[in-house]
Design a protein around this ligand. Structure first.
Ligand code: GAL
Length: 398
């Protein structure tokens, strides 16, 4: 009896051992296949840094169906669509409550048609539609957050045809970002819809370490404002984060303030050039229905956009600095480099770009990207004056 029991027990443990082995192998296989699919999807939806427009920087809570439709039209009529701006993203304040079954309720005054017809409208113009939520209990403007409703909300967005979701981190006391955000990643994968996933937790718990296998982009700092000091402190502090970025996953130094009026022309040139060198998402944050020609020329310079969107997908870095002068470089797919010669000082200063110092040959061809003109072939170095808070933005080729 004892022996039989012993044999039976052994048989059982052998069987369960085999089953355990099989299960583990199977689940390892499923996880590997899943993460490969997730990785493939993430590269597909954000092979280059996402480009588009977002309501927050200019309009704050003042969003509506009308505003989003007008902005969609303006992206097309201004030519922004033609140079690559694709996403039309509604930020905070579109949601008001939850219904009995927990479904998120859209503000009926601001969006009387609901979100699906709006998404359809954006799609009908060849553009993509994005919404905003929060991984905590409430959004920063105290609208319902997605905590405990992660998959439900993602499925709702997918049913509307949402292509991009930005997920904030307000009212998240006691929660861990590297635990909460993966819930949305998995929900997006399960929804079957290709949705760009923008993590917005302001750099809390070093999102560049877990962001690459969680979302497509992650904010690295607190909020930008439309002031040179805010923009430049954020932009110039990104050095060293490049190793975490690449096709499908990008550091996000926040959305653009170009055209919002709080910075001088040279400061906006610095903003755009620096974001391009950083391979940052380019989400315009101004009123594009009424932007000036000066703003258009900054946001829509195709050669500057090409640096940001370069297929090599390498985030640039600070190659040289001396006092208020900084040279940032970004290697490009065609073997050339973009070089931003920045003057953070308070008066016009001369900067010398030493070709060897950035790993370029002694003789190079230079093109001025803001002026969109060739400067010719140069030997060893190039010296130029750069205005206060400004930039000379070059393409350096063999
Ligand atoms: C902040 C976020 C901003 C904007 C705002 C909306 O946390 O960083 O980009 O989304 O919330 O309330």
């Amino acid at each position: 009896m004892k022996i039989v029991a012993h044999i039976a027990a052994r048989k059982f443990s052998l069987k369960s051992g085999a089953a355990f082995f099989l299960l583990t192998t199977l689940s390892l296989f499923v996880v590997a296949a899943w993460s490969q699919t997730a990785a493939a999807q993430s590269t597909k939806v954000a092979a280059t840094p996402p480009m588009g427009w977002n309501s927050w920087n200019k309009f704050g809570c003042n969003v509506s169906d009308k505003l989003i439709r007008e902005m969609t039209d303006a992206i097309v009529s201004t030519g922004m669509k033609d140079v690559g701006y694709r996403f039309v993203n509604v930020d905070d304040c579109w949601q008001v409550s939850r219904s009995g079954d927990g479904t998120i309720v859209v503000d009926p005054d601001r969006f009387p048609n609901g979100m699906k017809p709006l998404a359809d409208y954006v799609h009908s113009k060849g553009l993509k539609f994005g919404v905003y939520t929060d991984a905590g209990r409430m959004t920063c403007e105290k609208r319902p957050g997605s905590y405990d409703h992660e998959a439900q909300d993602i499925n709702t967005y997918a049913s509307w045809g949402v292509d991009y979701v930005k997920i904030d981190w307000c009212y998240s006391d006691g929660l861990e970002p590297d635990v909460q955000y993966p819930k949305f990643r998995d929900a997006i994968a399960q929804s079957g819809r290709a949705i760009v996933f923008s993590i917005c937790n302001w750099g809390v718990k070093a999102p560049w370490t877990w962001g690459p296998h969680t979302g497509n982009l992650w904010r690295t700092t607190g909020d930008i404002s439309d002031k040179y000091n805010s923009m430049s402190v954020i932009g110039f502090s990104q050095n060293g984060l490049g190793k975490f970025a690449g096709p499908g996953h990008w550091n996000d130094p926040d959305m653009l303030e170009v055209g919002n009026g709080g910075m001088k022309h040279d400061e906006y040139l610095t903003h755009m050039a620096l974001w391009a060198i950083l391979a940052a998402p380019l989400l315009a944050g101004n009123d594009i229905r009424s932007m000036s020609d000066e703003t258009k020329a900054i946001l829509m310079n195709p050669e500057v956009i090409a640096v940001d969107q370069d297929a090599k997908g390498v985030q640039g870095h600070r190659g040289w600095d001396e006092g208020p002068l900084e040279i940032w470089v970004k290697p490009l797919a065609d073997g050339s480099q973009a070089a931003g010669l920045f003057n953070r000082g308070e008066s016009t200063l001369k900067i010398t770009l030493d070709f060897k110092a950035i790993g370029a040959p002694a003789t190079v061809k230079l093109r001025d990207l803001w002026e969109r003109k060739d400067l010719g072939t140069m030997q060893d170095s190039y010296t130029t004056e750069v205005p206060k808070h400004g930039v000379v933005f070059l393409k350096v080729s063999n």
